[in-house]
Design a protein around this ligand. Structure first.
Ligand code: MSK
Length: 666
């Protein structure tokens, strides 16, 4: 029986999206939410109990003690299914990182002349970890060797991933002892697929150990390289003021929405859209100009470096087109719904695929090549302008919100200590004193099966009220941006007394935007630096911190969760438990992994329970470090004069007063 269709309010916690969903109902447009209501999840696949790894099956193992045609137990089948999802997620992030390494190589070789090295210091930092000499060498020479060494990380025949040396020494030893230090990125993914092929690894614990190694190849390999090279090529992010919400779509300009993940294309479209000739061309077609906005992780990439507004998260891709105001939706890889093409057909929007790895039937394909990047980007912008006269009736919701994203770990380091004494010491001290109770990394997707953004919002609000500093990436961060959580005002009006004092002193928001999905690697770096700074133990697993993805949907989220756990973190995921079919596997990734690597993975659907377990874990870690118990009554008695003064100012002036003239990076 199909489920009853939910109302727009039951589908989304975002008012702008609710308005567009209502408009979609009036227009009789079908969306991902209708499809979710029509199609119940398969109850066997949902729990990981279906094995389709050979043609003797598929085998559906639903009863206790049941085995597949080959004799595979339910524990083996569930572990294999989970491990394959981790491998898929790891491959997606890592292929993204490889693409950037290839772009860096082209820049060094002089064949991608539209790009440049924007952060030479970051390049030298990469060189250090990849054993590339820097003395008396040109940036291009260093970049060439860094790119070659980075590419070797994907397939070098011997050794271990170079970036694993960035982890605390104790953590590296745990990986060595357990034999899960990744050797090279591709090898771990390939081995995971090999091991889970019919007739190979048939021991759930052994399979799950390799799942951790495959995840680590993502976090400390593909993703970390992706983040670093993006910073080298496009600049390391710093705070920048911008806006978020479907209301950022312009009623009278050509709207181009950039969607996907890799910044190589989107950064070039940003350059192309500011070309005076193209702006004039847009005016010749009756538009006032060209308005860019982002969706999903491309949104994170371009808002944190260029200040380009974010139209929405993963679940708002169809809704953006339904406003009738989008001339082009330009996509590359990951999290792009095939349903876009069907929706676009009902409007004047052209969906343009650009990656050689991702075509969609019915979409226009314009293949992107780094060697002709700007020329191709200009062609894409021109096509969008040509569609402006075809625009019909529009419905753009009013909702748009001010936000300040762009907190790279380098910026946090700088913000805490200044240029000459930048360090994580003040953050560690604040946690040790109890001003900050702990840290939560709230990350991941939005999911059409729940009222999206509601869990992100509730949890984030509760954490900051409880003096927990929140860092965010991916689509989770869009939810907080819409709530104004990423403005200093949120610290003044919503944060608990201790966290507010810290935010006020440092001039930061209580929720920090750290970037896109690959930028979860920044969280690993921050945790490692906090561990090395001293006072919070000597490993990531000692820090009073929790990771979570309460509305996850992507295999990438499982890879992130797995590498965070293997790095020592407690990770809570919502939605459903994909290993629910095996009590043994469910127990092993929690208590078993905690015993072997100090981190644990749990799937919890009740938002109150996620909150309770997170705070309990943070408090338990504080107690284990002999830190004072969390006591909010001790704080909130300083800095009030400055706070009251700021509260008198209108929001824009208040932000300027705290951040100075923070401007989009040029
Ligand atoms: S885009 S993986 S829906 S966070 Fe990175 Fe958002 Fe999840 Fe895609």
């Amino acid at each position: 029986m199909p489920k009853k269709a939910r109302t727009p309010e039951e589908r989304s916690a975002d008012q702008g999206s609710v308005d567009v969903l209502q408009y979609a109902c009036d227009l009789n447009c079908s969306t991902t939410f209708d499809r979710a209501d029509d199609m119940l999840p398969c109850p066997i696949g949902e729990k990981g109990q279906c094995c389709k790894h050979c043609a003797m099956g598929p085998c559906r193992l639903t009863k206790d003690g049941q085995v597949g045609v080959c004799g595979a137990t339910i524990d083996t089948v569930v572990a294999r299914n989970f491990a394959r999802m981790v491998a898929a997620g790891s491959s997606a992030h890592s292929d993204h990182g490889r693409g950037l390494a290839l772009t860096l190589l082209e820049v060094a070789e002089g064949t991608a002349t539209d790009y440049a090295i924007r952060d030479p210091e970051k390049l030298k930092e990469m060189a250090y970890y990849l054993d590339v000499p820097v003395e008396d060498r040109s940036l291009n020479e260093i970049a060439y060797d860094v790119a070659v060494k980075a590419l070797a990380e994907f397939g070098k025949p011997r050794g271990e991933l170079a970036y694993t040396r960035r982890a605390p020494a104790k953590r590296q030893k745990i990986w060595h002892d357990l034999k899960i230090t990744p050797r090279n990125i591709d090898r771990e993914v390939v081995e995971m697929m090999h091991r889970t092929h019919m007739g190979n690894d048939q021991d759930a614990v052994h399979i799950l150990d390799q799942a951790m190694r495959t995840g680590l190849a993502d976090g400390w390999g593909g993703s970390m390289l992706g983040t670093d090279i993006s910073d080298v090529l496009f600049g390391t992010p710093g705070p920048v003021q911008s806006e978020v919400g479907l209301g950022v779509l312009s009623p009278d300009e050509v709207n181009i929405v950039l969607h996907g993940h890799e910044p190589t294309l989107s950064e070039m479209v940003v350059v192309a859209a500011s070309d005076p000739e193209l702006i004039e061309y847009a005016k010749s077609k009756g538009a006032k100009g060209i308005a860019l906005s982002g969706l999903c992780c491309t949104a994170n990439e371009i808002i944190m470096r260029q200040g380009i507004p974010t139209a929405g998260n993963f679940l708002e891709q169809e809704l953006a087109i339904m406003t009738g105001a989008v001339e082009s939706m330009v996509v590359d890889v990951q999290c792009i719904m095939q349903g876009l093409v069907g929706v676009a057909k009902q409007f004047h929007t052209e969906v343009i695929t650009t990656s050689p790895k991702a075509k969609i039937t019915g979409a226009t394909h314009i293949e992107f090549e780094e060697g002709h990047a700007l020329e191709i980007a200009k062609g894409i912008v021109r096509r969008a302008i040509d569609r402006f006269p075809l625009r019909g009736k529009t419905f753009i919701p009013k909702d748009r919100h001010t936000t300040i994203p762009g907190f790279s770990h380098e910026y946090i380091d700088y913000a805490l200590g200044g240029l000459y004494r930048g360090s994580f010491r003040p953050l560690n001290d604040a946690i040790m004193a109890g001003r900050i109770r702990g840290v939560v990394a709230n990350i991941g997707c939005t999911n059409a099966r729940v009222q999206y953004e509601s869990m992100h919002r509730y949890l984030t609000e509760q954490f900051i009220k409880n003096d927990v500093l929140v860092v965010e990436t991916g689509c989770a961060s869009v939810a907080s941006e819409k709530q104004g959580f990423m403005t200093p005002e949120a610290a003044l009006s919503m944060a608990g007394p201790g966290l507010r004092e810290v935010c006020e002193t440092v001039g930061m928001s209580p929720v920090l935007h750290l970037g896109s999905c690959v930028d979860n690697s920044r969280i690993l770096t921050i945790l490692s630096q906090m561990a090395s700074e001293g006072g919070l133990g000597d490993d990531i697993s000692d820090i009073p911190a929790v990771g979570m993805a309460p509305e996850w949907m992507s295999e990438k989220a499982l890879s992130i969760a797995t590498y965070c756990v293997a790095s020592g973190a407690y990770v809570l995921m919502g939605i459903h438990n994909p290993v629910a079919g095996s009590e043994f596997v469910t127990e092993h990734i929690s208590k078993g992994w905690e015993a072997s690597v100090g981190g644990k993975l749990e799937f919890v659907t009740d938002v109150e329970e996620i909150l309770r377990r997170s705070l309990a874990h943070i408090d338990a870690k504080r107690a284990a470090l002999n830190l004072p118990a969390y006591d909010p009554s001790k704080w909130g008695h300083s800095g009030d004069a400055r706070m009251n003064e700021l509260l008198e100012l209108p929001l824009e002036e208040r932000i300027k007063s705290i951040y100075g003239a923070a401007q989009p990076a040029d």
